[in-house]
Design a protein around this ligand. Sequence first.
Ligand code: VGL
Ligand code: ZN
Length: 236
Amino acid sequence: MKAALIVVDMQEDFCPPNGSLAVQEARDLAPTINTLLAHPGFTLRIASQDSHPANHISFAPNHPAPNNRPFECHIEMANPAPGKESETKPQRLWPIHCVAGTKGAEIIPEIDTANIDLYVQKGMDARVEMYSAFADAFGNLDAEVNRSSVDVHLKGVLEERGITDVFVVGVAGDYCVKFTAVDAARAGLRSYLVEDAVRCVDPGLGWEEAKRELSEAGVRVVRSDGPEVAGLVGSV
Ligand code: VGL
Ligand code: ZN
């Protein structure tokens, strides 16, 4: 058994008090996440960062009024993969956030980044949403199109390192954390979401629905003080 920790999107724009897409209590996760980062049982510690160009499809101001209210409105998004353009999905609109190179895209200073072995930048292709650190919203994983969206082939890295178990924490529990944990399970890994180390955009119903999807995908929802984390034994 070899475990990896994936710290998802602990960036200024997702944190109060000034983040443009602040998730309630996100900054308060830092001590719990730092304790996990210091756990000797992880072979690999990864941090993902949402990293969008200014013309990203998910940014509300990039769409015409009146159907461009952030949080409330959805637009139709097409699969950017060659030959698959007729496949579309509704895409929720967000405030401008995590623009590459801006303060909002930085990991918050409360996170002990000294322990992080690998960073994954995602959401870099303006044409498509990418919540999961593995694949874009259409599941494009190895295709050329996905390489313009993400700078690391995470599934390949985890396989190369012989990782069997993945623990996912960070924000947002009902978006990037959920999709990353689901894709880890789809990649054939044992996938765990550490519930007290995540916070959600929609903490009520959003999280209840997310937990149903996680359980259907075979992701186990655990706690940082539970037996799954306590039982981790490091191996290189
Ligand atoms: C996220 C909304 C938009 C996330 C990223 O990190 O969960 N949510 N972009
Ligand atoms: Zn985003």
